[in-house]
Write a protein that binds this ligand. Structure first.
Ligand SMILES: C[S@@+](CC[C@H](N)C(=O)[O-])C[C@H]1O[C@@H](n2cnc3c(N)ncnc32)[C@H](O)[C@@H]1O
Length: 345
């Protein structure tokens, strides 16, 4: 992400002397592809904090020297590598996000985005029709694409589990949590770690179960957290819950589906229970361009991939009050555009 501009560049950009479409329609899209290529083609795997000649990096990655140099120059522009005398090394940011050795790397997220780009070729059709022309993306994914999707969700969740869970009000009598579309289960794992009386069920589609099992084992959470395969639209939800988490779920559904899901959640909650929605919330960031970029891009992406969009607080309030929830409370997250909405039964 390019965010540092010289004084002159700022003046030229703010006066439209540098044409904004040059970056918006050209270089930022191409740089995103280059980032995807660097991980997919294992050029990132060949990089280190020490400077290496391009030939050496290309040889390790088994790609052409000219191609490798072009990708490395794009990574240099983005701030992931540094170039000195024709040699390249990771910057700190590059190592953190792209290195296999970094526990905080974003490699699966990048690969998943690279997979999404392929589908953008027919976005015109979605915009003309106002809906996705054919089945939901999830129905078309291969086992490998499920892995990219699930591990990309892990990459994102890792950055904010503690902050998100700090926004969930847990009553002193609460014991049961249902995490619908909970995938890897990292949010429930953190919630249970913080509240030893809680037991959580991760309710997600069958291809995802192994990623929940992997995370539960990694965090020694099996005594409190267990996965359950099911479809939250078609199957009954397990009932008797004090807390239902719906994290990054509403954006994948249309308004009608969200009304149905909120009704099911209401019915599956004990008296006084809470339905906690985490999502990109339209309008949450006021005039922040970063916030608008997140909520608007996600709306477009989700309409195209799954027939969903992003919703405002008022829209969430409308479909949850129709389901019977008596009040909603919005809590902003540090990530621009993201918020938690707590809906009280
Ligand atoms: C965007 S991911 C969010 C995962 C996790 N809640 C998080 O915030 O990181 C959406 C999850 O919902 C699951 N999902 C989508 N439709 C579902 C359905 N009808 N029934 C159960 N799970 C579903 C997907 O498999 C995926 O794991």
């Amino acid at each position: 992400m390019i965010y540092k501009f010289s004084f002159i560049e700022k003046i030229l950009l703010s006066n439209d002397i540098i044409p904004h479409p040059f970056a918006d329609a050209s270089s930022s899209v191409g740089l995103g592809y280059a980032l995807g290529c660097s991980v997919k083609l294992k050029i990132a795997d060949a990089l280190a904090m020490d400077y290496q000649p391009v030939g050496q990096i290309a040889k390790k990655a088994n790609v052409s020297e000219i191609g490798c140099e072009l990708i490395l120059d794009c990574l240099d522009a983005l701030g992931y590598v540094s170039k000195q005398d024709g040699k390249y090394a990771f910057t700190k940011r590059g190592h953190k996000n792209l290195s296999l050795q970094s526990p905080e790397n974003f490699r699966y997220f990048i690969l998943f985005c690279d997979y999404l780009y392929k589908g953008y070729a027919n976005m015109d059709e979605t915009i003309k029709l106002g809906k996705r022309p054919h089945s939901n993306m999830l129905e078309e994914m291969s086992e490998y694409e499920w892995e990219l999707f699930s591990r990309a969700m892990i990459d994102i969740a890792r950055t904010s589990t503690k902050e998100v869970i700090s926004k969930v009000p847990v009553s002193s009598t609460a014991t049961t949590v249902l995490d619908i579309g909970g995938s890897h289960g990292l949010y429930s794992i953190e919630l249970c770690k913080k509240n030893p009386k809680l037991k959580a069920t991760i309710f997600d589609l069958p291809p995802v179960k192994k990623y929940a099992e992997e995370c539960i084992a990694k965090h020694n959470a099996a005594s409190q957290v267990s996965p359950l395969s099911g479809d939250f639209m078609k199957d009954p939800l397990p009932n008797g819950n004090d807390i239902i988490l719906s994290f990054n779920i509403i954006h994948g559904l249309n308004t009608e589906e969200n009304e149905q899901l909120a009704k099911k959640a209401y019915a599956a909650l004990n008296a006084g229970g809470i339905y906690v929605v985490l999502d990109q919330i339209k309008g949450i960031g006021g005039s922040s361009q970063l916030s608008k970029a997140t909520t608007s891009y996600m709306a477009l992406n989700l309409l195209h991939q799954a027939g969903g969009k992003t919703y405002s607080l008022d829209e969430v309030s409308s479909f949850t009050s129709k389901a019977g929830f008596r009040k909603v409370e919005l809590k902003k997250l540090n990530a621009p555009g993201f918020g938690v909405i707590v809906c009280y039964k």
